[in-house]
Write a protein that binds this ligand. Sequence first.
Ligand code: PLP
Length: 394
Amino acid sequence: MQFSTRLPAVLEDNALARALAARRAAGLPVLDLTVSDPTRVGLDYPYADIAAALAAGAGAAHAPHPRGRPEARAGIAGYYAENHGARVDAERVHLTASTSEGYGFLFKLLGDSGAEILAPQPSYPLIEHLATLDGWRARPYPLAVDPAGRWRVDLDALARAITPATRAIAMVHPHNPTGVFATPDEACALAELCAARGLALVADEVFLDYTTPDSAPRAGTLAAGDGPALTFTLSGLSKTCGMPQLKLGWIHTGGPRELVAAAQARLDFIADAYLSVATPVQAAAGKLFAVGAGVRAQIAARVEANAAALAANAPAGFSVAKRAGGWQALVRGPAAPDEEALARRLVEHAGVLAHPGYFYDFAESGWLVLSLLPEPAIFGAGLAALREWLPKLV
Ligand SMILES: Cc1ncc(COP(=O)(O)O)c(C=O)c1O
């Protein structure tokens, strides 16, 4: 029996996952500083309101539309107007089950087997997996730290990374895990580069709502206004409302009018083949945005409280990187020759799970990525354990 080469050759757990499973099997506690699911960090979810919103749509007739129910798309336009001061045309929106599915639709739309998307490095390792599953290749373009300590797109290196197979450039705004927003100049430069080279710009804005005071100028949502390039903006309830369990995401299509129309007609065809978004969540979308505002505020407060705790309690010899948004923090320490071994020893000795930089493809070793979502007591205990153990283990 042959299986697709689009799948990883090795599916077994790595050494870190095995160490974690062994610790849990032994009944020992784990302080998880990688958690990314907001439903599991002790927030006060308005589950009754969520259930009531979904129940209202449970009896709605199945009226499939490739872009999704108009009231859901109007809810998304409302979200942009209220939270980002942006006028978004609901007709430019296609609903998806998640942002990840949105990437999959775009790969089907924009290229054939062997097509390439350029994605930032370092980065959360999602685009590469999704691209490979659709027969694409993800190729990295570098982010580099500028003299002010902010991660920036290296535009020259990005232009050099374009090949004849390149079909799209991904920007993550704000970026996971560096927490950096594209500046208005960067967003313009990316759109101009895409337009000049006939590429699509894919803006992943799942963390757009989570900002921290920072003096650097930042671009707003790319769903607002029509730039020179065909531009797809991706987001979803998973982060905007802290509701990954509800499975509702979207793609907004922007750019030159004719290109938008051509792309949307084809996206209609793709979305119609799947019709993957359940009716109750579509019918409930408007209410879920209203309910989600409270969840979002709780997540934002949690992230900032943990960021402050980290700033005050960084392990000796480690510095905390500047961040402007998102749910993650970066900590930089001495170069570690074997980052996986370090992460494994942290689990075994300190009972702390933290992501080593190699998981995000950092060019140099020494980075640790911490989630800012954990409950404060767990985050504080995790930091104390890191302070005790990191100096012994690196
Ligand atoms: C940058 C980024 N984009 C997309 C996703 C996936 O979002 P969704 O849950 O909507 O598929 C994640 C998940 O963490 C992410 O970090």
